[in-house]
Design a protein. Sequence first.
Length: 135
Amino acid sequence: MAITLSNPEGLPVIDVYHQVAVASGSRTVYVAGQVSWDADGATVGAGDLAAQVEQCYLNVATALASAGAGFADVVKLNVHVVDWAPEKMPQLLDGIARATAKLGTTAAPPATMLGVAALDVPEHLVEIEAFAVLD
């Protein structure tokens, strides 16, 4: 495998991601930020952060698969959430859990979660971008 995930001593262990990813592959995959659109461009889960996170993850998985990759190849995720507040964390985690269960993955690459004022259209609550490395 091209990716080794770790939590170095001296850094906290976080349930949903690892602190470090070391990649040894030769091809990189950059996935544009994915919002909760379905294949026809309709928003999935309007007003429901968990449903939108789930759809974003599924869209990232589709994009990765098109390059011959999967979540096990992801070295970094960036998650942008509109009007972030700590009380939204359970919804975010629920969406991740639902998506990873559907995808059958336990990969937890390093991730950055950023609160943003707005995204491309008002009904989008979250956008997720991914970076992967393949052998």
